[in-house]
Design a protein around this ligand. Structure first.
Ligand code: 26W
Length: 810
C-alpha cells in the first residue's frame, strides 16, 4: 500500500475525504493527523491479526508485562519509523505541500505514567516487539494522564491532562473481551464433601473493558498488544429506567464511583499514600488482566492450567501489580478447583518481579482494615500465604522472632507488598548493578538470605529507535554513513564509532548536528518562554521528576555561586552557560514545589542582569514529558545526573543523553556507574560521595551540614541569599529549603558534595574550551551507548527470567 509515494499520496487524499469529508485545502492540522494515523493503524492491522494467530499456533510461551504506568508519548512517528515508511510518507507529504513535523506535533502525548518506571515500560514494549518476542503490556486506560504543568509566577500549577479529548487513533475498544471485577462484600466458607469452599457475596461488580493498542516492531512483521483497561458500570437497564427515584440516584452514584477507578493516574512517584482508590486501581488492573489472559489461554491453548508456567510469565512492574499473586491463587483455587499446594506451585513459577526503588517512603504497605474491606477474599489468601511462609521460616530460623517478623508479609497491621511480590515470584531483579547489590546486601538482605537464587540484575535500557533514530535523525544518518546500517539492529555495533572519535571530518559532522539541534531548541525556548539563549553556550541540562534526592537543589546552588562570582567580576573568564531544567513535582510535594519556585526566581534574576554580559542563562521548560524530552536531549552538551549516591535505582535519562553525545556530570549512582565503566573516567565527569560513604553516614552518623555552612563562605552566601530577599523574593519564601539543609542536617548531602561539584564543573568548562577534545569524548559516549539499548535489557529478561524465544511473523 505504501510501496511508493504516488500510491501513498492518492490514498492519503482518499482517506482524508473519508475521515473528515474535506479536501486538502480545507483540512485542519488535526484532520491531517487523523488521516495519517488512521492509515497507519489500518496498515498494521493485518500484521496485528497475523501476530496473534501465529503466537497461538506456535504454542510458544508469552510474557505479560503488568504495569500501572505506560508512558508512551506519541506513536505516529515511531510507528512509521518501525514500519520503515517514514521517508516515503515524508516525501509524499512534501509533494502535497504538507509538513510532516506539523502533523506529528498534533498528537497528544499518552502520558499514562509519572516518569522512569512508566517510560521504561514503554521502551520495553518497543524492544519486545522489535526483537520479535511474544510479549504484551497490560495497563489502565486512565481518562486523565499525568497532570499538565503550567508555571504561573514561577509556581507550578496543575491542570488535568484530558488526553482523550480527540479520538485516540491507536486504540481499539474490545467490548467482546470485557470481564467483571468484584469489590467489597464478604466471604462465606462452606464444607463441600469435606472440602472447604469459599463464596464471595454482596460484592460490587465493575465492568472492565479493554482497549487494545498495537505495538509495532521494527522492520519485522510483529505487532504485539498493549491492553489498557477502562472501568464501566454494569448496566442492567432496570437500574437506569427504574421509576423509583431513590434507586435511580443510587445507580448514578454507583456509576460515578465505578468510573472513578480508571479516571486518573496517581501523580506521585515518591511518597506512598494509602488511598483506597489506588488499591482499587491496582486490583482492577490485575484482576481484569489476569482473567482475560486465562480466558484466552483456555480458549486457544489446549494445555491444562497445570502447565501455565511453561506457557506464560506474569511480570510485576514494581509492587503496584503485586496483587496478581493472590489473584492467580484465587482463580486457581476457587474457580479451577486446584489444591493450595498446586496453585502455589503454579503461581510462584509464573510470576516475576522488578524492584525500581529503595526509598522507604515509596514502599507500599496497605492497612489491613482497608485491604480487607475492599478485597475480602484476596485478604484471606494473603493471610494464608503469610502464615505458610512464616511457618517455613520458623523451621529455617527456629526461635528467631525478630527475623521472622521483619520478613513477614503481614505485620504491624499492614500488608507489605514488596514482601508479597518476593515470596510469590520466582525472580526478583533490580535495575542496575549497584541497585541490585544494594538490594542484596542491604535493603532486601534478609530475603536474599532466604532466596539467594531469586535475585538477579537487569540493568535498564532505552529504545535507540525513539531516542536516537527518531529524535536525532541527522546524527543517526551520520552514524550510518560512518559504520553502515548494522547498528540499527545490533546497537552494540555503535562501538565501531570509536574508530572515528579522532576523525576530523566525523567530528565536524557530530558538532554540526549538535549545533543544529541547539539552534532548534533555542527557538523552542524563545517561543515558549521568551528567553533568548546563545546556541554557542554550553547547554547544561537537568530534566527529570523533581525530587529532593535527585538534587536539583545542588544544581541551583551551583548556579547561584557562579552568578555571585560574575557579580563580583563580570569579566570572569567562563564559557557561557545555559542551564536548562524540566521537572514536574508531585502536587502534594511542597518541598519539591519550593525548589521549582527557587529555580524560576534565580532564573529571573540571572536572565535580567545586564552586568553578567549574558554569560549565564537559566531556563525552566514547563510541562516536561516524552515529546519535550525528544527536543531537549539531542541538544544537550552536559547531562546532569547528580542524585545522592545510592538513591537513584538506575536512571534512564542518563542513557538517553549519552546516546545523543552529551557528557555526563554525575555521581557514582544507579547506571551512572556502568556508564562510567564503559566510557572510562576521561569521558565522564564524576564527583561526590560514593554510595558506600553515603550509606555509612546514614548508619553511623558523622555528617554535620552546619559545619560546612560555617566554614565555606560560598555555601554561606548562597544559603543566606535564600533568606535575605536577595532574589527579590519574599524573605520567608525559601525557609523550608534553608531549614531542611541546616536544621534537618541536609538529608541528601547537598552541602557535602557542593565543593566537589563546583570543582568538577570547572573541569567541564575547561574541557569545553577544547572543542576537538570535547567532541571526541562525545563520540566515545555515543559509541558505548549501545549497551544501554533496551534491546540488550530485553534480551536478558527473555533468556534469564522469562524463558521466551522469538517467533517469526511471516
Ligand atoms: C508511591 C508510589 C510510587 C512509588 C514508586 C509510584 C512509582 C514509583 C516508582 C517505582 C518510581 C520510579 O519511577 N522509579 C524509577 O524507575 C526507573 C526505571 O527503573 C529508574 O531508572 C529510576 O532510577 C527510578 O527512580
Amino acid at each position: 500500500m505504501f510501496s511508493d509515494k504516488e500510491v501513498f499520496k492518492k490514498e492519503f487524499i482518499e482517506t482524508l475525504e473519508y475521515t473528515s469529508s474535506k479536501t486538502l485545502d480545507e483540512a485542519s492540522p488535526i484532520n491531517l493527523y487523523n488521516t495519517l494515523g488512521t492509515m497507519i493503524r489500518s496498515y498494521v492491522s493485518k500484521n496485528w491479526i497475523n501476530t496473534i494467530k501465529t503466537y497461538q499456533q506456535s504454542g510458544e510461551k508469552q510474557v505479560y508485562y503488568f504495569s500501572m504506568e505506560f508512558l508512551l508519548g506519541r506513536l505516529l512517528q515511531s510507528n512509521m519509523l518501525n514500519l520503515n515508511i517514514l521517508n516515503i510518507v515524508k516525501e509524499g507529504l512534501d509533494d502535497l505541500g504538507v509538513n510532516i513535523d506539523a502533523i506529528v506535533e498534533q498528537e497528544h502525548d499518552a502520558g499514562l505514567g509519572n516518569g522512569g518506571l512508566g517510560r521504561l515500560a514503554a521502551c520495553f514494549l518497543d524492544s519486545i516487539a522489535s526483537l520479535q518476542l511474544p510479549g504484551h503490556g497490560c495497563g489502565i486506560r486512565y481518562k486523565y494522564g499525568l497532570f499538565e504543568q503550567k508555571l504561573v509566577d514561577g509556581y507550578q500549577l496543575e491542570l488535568p491532562d484530558y488526553w482523550l479529548k480527540e479520538d485516540y487513533v491507536w486504540e481499539v475498544r474490545r467490548t467482546d473481551r470485557s470481564v467483571h471485577v468484584r469489590f467489597g462484600g464478604h466471604v462465606e466458607m462452606n464444607q463441600d464433601n469435606g472440602e472447604l469452599t469459599f463464596e464471595h457475596k454482596n460484592y460490587e461488580t465493575v465492568l472492565a473493558v479493554p482497549y487494545d493498542v498495537p505495538i509495532v516492531g521494527f522492520d519485522n512483521n510483529t505487532v504485539n498488544t498493549l491492553r489498557l483497561w477502562s472501568a464501566e458500570p454494569v448496566i442492567t437497564g432496570y437500574d437506569m429506567y427504574t421509576s423509583d427515584r431513590e434507586n435511580y440516584y443510587k445507580f448514578l452514584n454507583y456509576k460515578r464511583s465505578i468510573e472513578t477507578i480508571s479516571e486518573f493516574l496517581y501523580p506521585d512517584d515518591s511518597h506512598f499514600e494509602g488511598k483506597k482508590l489506588r488499591l482499587k486501581q491496582q486490583y482492577f488492573l490485575v484482576s481484569a488482566g489476569l482473567q482475560s489472559i486465562l480466558q484466552s489461554y483456555k480458549r486457544k491453548i489446549k494445555a491444562s492450567l497445570r502447565d501455565l508456567p511453561e506457557k506464560i510469565v506474569l511480570h510485576i512492574n514494581d509492587t503496584h501489580p503485586a496483587l496478581i499473586v493472590p489473584e492467580l491463587m484465587r482463580i486457581l483455587i476457587d474457580e479451577e478447583g486446584f489444591s493450595w499446594e498446586d496453585a502455589w506451585r503454579i503461581t510462584t513459577q509464573t510470576c516475576a518481579y522488578t524492584n525500581h526503588t529503595t526509598l522507604v517512603e515509596a514502599l507500599e504497605k496497605w492497612p489491613i482494615s482497608l485491604f480487607k474491606e475492599l478485597l475480602p477474599r484476596i485478604y484471606m489468601i494473603v493471610e494464608e500465604i503469610n502464615e505458610r511462609f512464616c511457618r517455613d521460616l520458623w523451621l529455617k530460623y527456629p526461635g528467631e522472632y525478630n527475623r521472622i517478623s521483619e520478613l513477614a508479609i503481614i505485620a504491624d497491621e499492614q500488608v507489605r507488598m514488596a514482601h508479597l511480590a518476593i515470596v510469590g515470584s520466582f525472580s526478583v531483579n533490580g535495575v542496575a548493578k549497584l541497585h541490585t547489590d544494594i538490594l542484596k546486601e542491604r535493603e532486601m538482605n534478609n530475603f536474599y538470605q532466604v532466596y539467594p537464587e531469586k535475585f538477579n540484575n537487569k540493568t535498564n535500557g532505552i529504545t535507540h529507535r525513539r531516542w536516537l533514530m527518531s529524535a536525532n535523525p541527522k546524527l543517526a544518518s551520520h552514524i550510518t554513513d560512518a559504520i553502515g546500517t548494522r547498528w540499527i539492529k545490533q546497537p552494540r555495533d555503535l562501538i565501531g564509532l570509536l574508530k572515528y572519535a579522532n576523525d576530523s571530518s566525523f567530528q565536524e559532522k557530530v558538532s554540526q548536528v549538535k549545533l543544529d539541534n541547539k539552534i532548534a531548541l533555542a527557538k523552542y525556548i524563545k517561543a515558549q518562554t521568551g528567553i533568548v539563549v546563545d546556541e554557542h553556550s554550553i547547554f547544561d541540562v537537568q530534566v527529570k521528576r523533581l525530587h529532593a534526592y535527585k538534587r536539583q537543589l545542588l544544581n541551583v546552588f551551583h548556579i547561584m555561586e557562579l552568578y555571585n562570582l560574575l557579580r563580583e567580576n563580570p569579566n570572569l573568564d567562563i564559557v557561557p552557560r545555559t542551564f536548562i531544567f524540566g521537572a514536574k513535582a508531585a502536587p502534594s510535594y511542597f518541598f519539591a514545589k519550593e525548589i521549582i519556585k527557587l529555580i524560576n526566581t534565580v532564573a529571573n534574576v540571572v536572565n535580567n542582569d545586564p552586568h553578567i554580559q549574558g554569560k549565564l542563562k537559566v531556563v525552566f521548560l514547563e510541562n516536561y514529558g516524552v515529546s519535550i524530552a525528544e527536543k531537549i536531549i539531542p541538544a544537550a552538551d552536559v547531562s546532569e545526573q547528580i542524585s545522592t549516591a545510592s538513591k537513584e535505582a538506575s536512571g534512564t535519562g542518563n542513557m538517553k543523553f549519552m546516546m545523543n553525545g552529551a557528557l555526563t556530570i554525575g555521581t557514582l549512582d544507579g547506571a551512572n556507574v556502568e556508564i562510567c565503566d564503559m566510557v572510562g573516567r576521561d569521558n565522564i565527569f564524576i564527583f561526590g560521595l560514593t554510595s558506600e560513604e553515603v550509606l555509612n553516614y546514614y548508619s553511623h552518623g558523622g555528617y554535620v551540614a552546619r559545619s560546612i555552612y560555617n566554614n565555606d563562605p560560598r555555601v554561606r552566601t548562597v544559603l543566606d541569599q535564600l533568606m535575605d530577599g536577595f532574589c527579590g523574593n519574599d524573605k520567608v519564601e525559601f525557609k523550608d529549603i534553608y531549614y531542611h539543609i541546616l536544621s534537618n542536617n541536609d538529608e541528601y548531602f547537598v552541602l557535602k558534595d557542593f565543593d566537589n561539584y563546583v570543582e568538577t564543573h570547572q573541569k567541564v568548562d575547561l574541557t569545553y574550551r577544547d572543542q576537538k577534545d570535547w567532541v571526541k569524548k562525545s563520540i566515545v559516549n555515543i559509541a558505548h551507548s549501545g549497551k544501554f539499548s533496551s534491546d540488550r535489557t530485553i534480551g536478558e529478561y527473555a533468556t534469564d527470567i522469562w524463558g521466551i524465544r522469538p517467533v517469526i511473523i511471516k
